[in-house]
Design a protein around this ligand. Structure first.
Ligand code: ZN
Length: 502
């Protein structure tokens, strides 16, 4: 058994190496590659994807997993070896159920559709991508059908991003959340909106970047195992547990952009950096689901980074950097500005209170499209209707409507959006558990001290990597299931104080 387990590990590490090489190529493409490198880079990544797929679906891995089943069953569920075998088996099954020819076709269709979208969005022309999106929907259904036995056709696609979650359970949680959010949004938006003009002066790029780096260094982002570069869209990528990088983007006339995206991506990165080092190279060495990942980015960006305690420490420092711009702006004004709540059109710019309404709209649209109760050609109109009824504003055009998110144009339809909202719910649940264990955390944050929180997250969440599913993790950490109450309580307390709500 020992030898078979070692053989399995060796093979999994090879797969992981190829994936990591792909991540390096991808990072390079987004950061420093000159435009002339694009055609060859596309080909190289295609070749690498093919090799990776061959290695990952080698029947020998299947044999080893079969042979190791009795050993796995003899061990406790949460032991490292049993967990490794369990998670590797799940991935092997996912990889082998979809024929490689279909996967290749899907990949090339997604690249084509993405390319169309990059032109259709600026041109505000949904019809330009409509045929491609129809094909995406068709292929997304085909993909789901490689995993028969589902209750809802979206289930396999949701399960892929957020293992264990189903359309029915997510829909129930989201309906409950929407019902709780709507009255809060109404109460706040009935008031005079906060003045956030202080954030929209000119803030030179270099100082913004330096400030962001200072913040995440204090959070505990390890620069010996990471770095930050600039890209169009911020992201986190990992080449190994010893090299977890982030990117950011700076807008000189929007102080929030770089600071909060840096905090957000550092949260994703610290999760990966905190994984048990002995998992290196195996399928256990990555965050467990899109929802749990997002819970960690949102913790550092919002629960910490937009808190009053955080700015009690950092605002005088920020004023020191931007004396001319912020010297006469009070902490109170700044705090209200970074927590401005408004009905808005763009998901990625939305505030904490209204944010979740955006993914919920998309999640429901995905279900209806996959079920066949909604047609792609009607999507722009239905999008406008949903925004008008759920958020209270309708986009004047498709550019800031149905064309705004890359997800459906560069990926599949199904499972793309629920992770964002699950992340906000889970983040608040985990954070409430951390505060219960360590009520001193907010006072420490007000002193610029994050060790207790970071250590608690590492101990309870990060170190486990993919060992537990989101459901298992939330049960272990909080003692109960996924629950919107801590998130709603958090919003009511924080925004109740800012907006004098009852
Ligand atoms: Zn994120």
């Amino acid at each position: 058994m020992e030898a078979k387990l070692q053989e399995l590990k060796n093979r999994l590490v090879e797969v992981n190496d190829l994936e990591s090489i792909g991540a390096v190529l991808n990072w390079d493409q987004s950061t420093y590659m000159p435009p002339g490198g694009a055609p060859a880079r596309g080909r190289q990544m295609g070749t690498l994807a093919l090799l990776t797929h061959q290695k990952a679906t080698d029947p020998e891995i299947g044999h080893l997993l079969d042979d190791l089943r009795p050993y796995e069953e003899s061990l406790p569920y949460d032991s490292d070896d049993a967990s490794l075998i369990r998670v590797a088996r799940r991935q092997y099954e996912l990889n082998t159920k979809v024929p490689p020819a279909f996967m290749a076709q899907l990949q090339s269709h997604m690249a084509e559709s993405y390319d169309l979208w990059t032109r259709a969005r600026p041109a505000n022309d949904f019809r330009m991508v409509q045929p491609a999106l129809e094909k995406t929907l068709d292929m997304s259904r085909q993909l789901a059908n490689f995993f028969p036995g589902y209750e809802h056709i979206a289930d396999p696609l949701i399960d892929y991003a957020d293992y264990g979650m189903k359309a029915s359970s997510v829909r129930a949680v989201f309906n409950e959340l929407r019902d709780s959010l709507v009255p809060i949004v109404q109460q706040i938006t009935a008031q005079q909106p906060a003045d956030d003009s202080c954030l929209h002066q000119v803030f030179p790029e270099e100082q913004q970047l330096a400030f962001g780096l200072d913040v995440i260094k204090r959070f505990g982002y390890d620069f010996n195992r990471g770095r930050q570069d600039k890209t169009h869209h911020p992201f986190m990528t990992k080449f190994s547990l010893g090299d977890v990088r982030i990117t950011t983007r700076v807008k000189e006339r929007d102080l929030g952009e770089a600071i909060f995206s840096t905090m957000h991506e550092s949260g994703h990165a610290m999760y990966e950096m905190g994984i048990n080092r002995s998992y290196e190279g195996t399928p256990l060495a990555s965050g467990t689901s899109s929802g749990v990942h997002e819970s960690q980015s949102r913790t550092w960006e919002n629960l910490v980074g937009r808190s009053r305690s955080f700015w009690e420490f950092f605002y005088p420092r920020l004023q020191g950097v931007f004396r001319q711009q912020l010297g006469n702006v009070s902490l109170d004004t700044f705090y209200r500005a970074i927590n401005k709540v408004q009905r808005s059109l763009i998901r990625t710019d939305a505030d904490e209170v209204t944010y979740n309404l955006h993914p919920i709209i998309r999640f429901n649209l995905e279900l209806e499209l996959l079920e066949g109760s909604l047609e792609i050609r009607d999507l722009p109109e239905v999008w406008r209707e949903r925004y008008a009824s759920a958020i209270g504003v309708a986009p004047p055009d498709d550019k800031d409507g149905v064309l705004q998110d890359v997800h459906w144009y560069g990926g599949i339809i199904g499972g793309a959006f629920q992770g964002y909202t699950l992340g906000n719910i889970l983040g608040a649940q985990f954070y409430a558990a951390a505060l219960q264990a360590h009520p001193e955390i907010p006072a420490q944050i007000a002193d610029g001290e994050f060790r207790t929180l970071h250590e608690w997250l590492r101990e309870n969440i990060y170190q486990h990597g993919s060992k537990f599913t989101a459901d298992e993790l939330v049960k272990r950490v909080t003692g109960g299931p996924l629950d919107i109450k801590p998130f709603i309580a958090y919003l009511k307390k924080k925004y109740g104080a800012i907006y004098n709500l009852n």
